[in-house]
Structure formats: C-alpha cells, structure tokens
Write a protein that binds this ligand. Structure first.
Ligand code: GTP
Ligand code: MG
Length: 304
C-alpha cells in the first residue's frame, strides 16, 4: 500500500536527554500518546535507548528516550553512557534536553559535557511546571543552561499533565528537516513484545521494591508463547546480582514474588490487550552488570 506524502514532509530523530528522573520517559510517552517507556519515581529507570514514533500528517518525529546521565561504574552503566552519547551527538536531527526548574547539583555539572558536542539544534525543555514552582527557579534553570549550552529554543512543559506540549510539538515539527518518514507511518516503536514484557516487569520491580533491589535486577524473557485457544505464556527469569537479594525478591512464603507476578501479568495484559499467564523465577547471577555475554543476551550492546 502506498500513501501519498504531503509536499514538504519532515522527519527526523529526536533524542531526549537529561539527568535521571527529569521526566524523559514521561515526556516521550506524552508526546507519542502511548506508554512506550517505563516510568518510576526512582532515578535511572530507563536503561537503554528506546524509540517512540510520533506520526503526524506532515511529519514524523522519532524520539529516542535515553538513560539519565550517569557515571559509568561498570560495563552495564558504561553501555548506558554510550547509548546517550550515540543518541545525542551522532544520531539526532534535533536534541531535547529536559530539566526541572532550579539549578542542577554542582556534582552533576560534568555530566552535561556530551551536550556540548551535539551538532544538531538543542531544545531546552523545562519540565514539571505543574508542581509548585516559582518563576525564579524556572528562570534560574533557563539562564543557567542557556549560558552552558547552545540552546536553539526554550519550552516550558508539564510532561505529566500535557501542559505546553502543543507548543513543543509545533517546535519539533519546525525543527525537523525535510525527509520522508523513517518508519512506516502506523508504527509506534522499533521494539517487540519480548522487550516490552521485560520492561513492564522491571517497572513493577521499581514499584514494589526499594533501595538497591531494582538496580540489581535484570529481566530475561525465556519464553513468549502465543498459541491459539489459550492465554499467552510468558516465562521470565529475574537475575539478581547477589545471593542475599534473592530472599528479598521472593518475600516471606513467596508473597512478594506472587505480588510481582500478579501486578506484572495485569500490566502486561493491558499492554498487549490480551490475557497473559506469567511465570517468574529468580536466579542469582553474580556480577551480571559486568558480564558482556549476558548483557548482549538481554539486549544491551556496546557498539563502540
Ligand atoms: N509533577 C510532575 N512529575 C513528573 C513530570 N514528568 C515526570 N514526572 C515524574 O518524575 C519521575 C521520573 O519520571 P521519568 O519519566 O521516569 O524520568 P526519566 O527522566 O525518564 O528518569 P530515568 O529513566 O530514571 O533517567 C516520575 O515519578 C514521574 O511521574 C511532570 O511534568 N510533573
Ligand atoms: Mg526514563
């Protein structure tokens, strides 16, 4: 099927960068109108670049949600850092940098370095304006980043409530080059159900467990079976980094794992729009964060 594209159709890649917890994933989901990237109130929820495609009649914006800027302490974190660099400095037609009102902590300032190498126009997006924010704090962020980076345009938004997104969408459209669409115009993302199944379970882990647990877990989908006449069967293995984390994940008499299974199966069913039978197992996999073979198996790779 071929559809005529309007003259002057625009398309391009738009990486969304920022510190952990700035609201990158929330913004991408709101801009695309679907929940593609998982969200939590804890920093470093997103671990890999995730594509979200906004299809409008006269443009296609391919957003790349990136992990929050961080220091790469192990192989796993370094692959996250590279994912950001790749998206921001090499692959973008337009780069969004999202931040909360107020000044960034002094200790984080060095993390903005990759943004100085961005060759495409950079949009500064000040987020969370639905929260109690003073004009002074909004202006402080704006002035600070305008001085630090080459900012093409500034937008004030609430990714959560949708405030200011109309203006941001219009700005994105105008900033994209003329180009045919990169993906079929009915496509929302480049990831497949297995990836989302793992991410949805990870989101529930972020919701149910505290402290280091969410950061110590990796989710591997061992089986994703679709058969006529029965619910989808999903078998997921949760890898934890240390022996003592396994009983925490499982809980007394298996109570926590049961909750995790129930909430994840429900969320997965909502996402897939069909019921799912989910089975979970827990495996101690010491040092998985530094195991390249394992990282590749669960979808992390380092192109560099
Ligand atoms: N009040 C308010 N909260 C927001 C807004 N945008 C995001 N949040 C909240 O901020 C927290 C972090 O949001 P995420 O979208 O996961 O942030 P992120 O930048 O993707 O975080 P990482 O993936 O961890 O780097 C969540 O609790 C969101 O609900 C907003 O506009 N207003
Ligand atoms: Mg995120």
């Amino acid at each position: 099927m071929t559809t005529e594209l309007p003259a002057g159709f625009r398309a391009g890649f738009v990486p969304i960068t920022g510190l952990p917890n700035a609201g990158k994933s929330t913004l991408m989901n709101s801009l695309c109108g679907t929940r593609l990237s998982i969200i939590s109130d804890k920093p470093q929820t997103t671990r890999n670049n995730i594509l979200g495609i906004l299809n409008a009649p006269d443009y296609q914006a391919v957003f790349v949600d990136t992990p929050g800027f961080l220091k790469g302490r192990n192989m796993f974190e370094r692959s996250m850092v590279n994912a950001i660099k790749r998206a921001a400095s090499e692959e973008g037609d337009l780069c969004i940098f999202i931040t909360e009102p107020g000044l960034p902590p002094e200790s984080k300032v060095h993390l903005f370095e990759p943004l100085k190498q961005v060759r495409c126009p950079l949009y500064l997006v000040i987020n969370k304006l639905d929260k109690e924010n003073t004009d002074v704090r909004v202006k402080a962020a704006e002035d600070y980043f305008k001085k630090l980076l080459t900012v093409a345009q500034v937008f004030h938004v609430s990714a959560l409530t949708g405030g200011g997104l109309k203006e941001l969408r219009a700005g994105i459209r105008d900033g994209l080059p003329e180009h045919p669409p990169y993906y079929p115009v009915d496509q929302l993302t480049d990831r497949w159900e297995r990836f989302y199944a793992a991410e949805i379970i990870r989101e529930q882990i972020f919701k149910l467990y505290s402290q280091e647990i969410p950061y110590s877990c990796a989710v591997e989908i061992e089986l994703f079976l679709e058969e006529e006449g029965r619910d989808d069967q999903v078998l997921a293995k949760i890898h934890v980094a240390r022996e003592n984390q396994k009983p925490i994940l499982i809980g007394k008499g298996g109570s926590m794992l049961k909750r995790l299974r129930e909430t994840s199966a429900k969320a997965l069913g909502t996402f897939l729009k069909r019921p799912v039978e989910l089975h979970l197992t827990v495996k101690v996999n010491p040092g998985w964060q530094d195991n390249l073979v394992f990282l590749r198996e669960i979808g992390f790779y380092d192109k560099k």
